[in-house]
Design a protein around this ligand. Structure first.
Ligand SMILES: [Zn+2]
Length: 175
């Protein structure tokens, strides 16, 4: 029988990892990062008009990014048209940059909405962008390996950030 751990690998389920990030705090870690101006420390790759891009601190894979509206909203339907439009443009930009720098074989891209939908941080909606390479299913890191992962994250940050600085986002309804 094949190893079921590999087959059950489920990158869209983030609740466990995001609960770790929240720790004992009830603060929203996305708002905290956005309100802090220390983008390098917080691994914020880009600030748009209504959205921002941050690297996932406990990535499912190299260059696992999160695209978030700047407003603290839990519901997809609460996003206004500018936010929806910009988030989609930014997701496209993220994928173009990852394609050019890291040449992945595929992606998992999506939203986890509500606890039942696999969200750990259900209060602030965010898209996960997880690049995939053939045969990468054993990457899933153990939470204890934070130091090693931080080094990898910083390398990816340095590699990707210049492209985000020049990324142009065209938005249909820039209100
Ligand atoms: Zn928030």
């Amino acid at each position: 029988m094949p190893n079921s751990d590999n087959r059950l690998w489920a990158p869209w389920r983030m609740e466990y990892i995001e609960r770790e990030l929240l720790g004992d705090s009830d603060e929203c870690f996305l708002c905290e990062k956005f309100e802090s101006k220390e983008d390098e420390k917080n691994l914020i790759l880009m600030r748009g008009k209504t959205s921002f891009v941050v690297m996932n601190l406990y990535p499912y894979n190299n260059a696992h990014l999160m695209v978030c509206p700047q407003r603290h909203l839990s519901e997809y339907t609460a996003l206004n048209s500018s936010e929806r439009s910009e988030c989609q443009e930014v997701i496209t930009g993220c994928m173009k940059i990852i394609n050019s720098k890291l040449n992945p074989d595929g992606y998992n891209v999506g939203l986890n909405i509500g606890r039942a939908g696999g969200a750990g941080l259900e209060e602030h909606i965010h898209w996960h962008i997880v690049p995939r390479w053939s045969g990468d299913t054993n990457f899933m890191p153990v939470l204890g390996q934070t130091k090693v992962m931080m080094e990898g994250l910083e390398d990816s940050f340095i590699k990707l950030r210049p492209d985000f600085e020049t990324l142009e986002i065209s938005i249909l309804d820039p209100k």
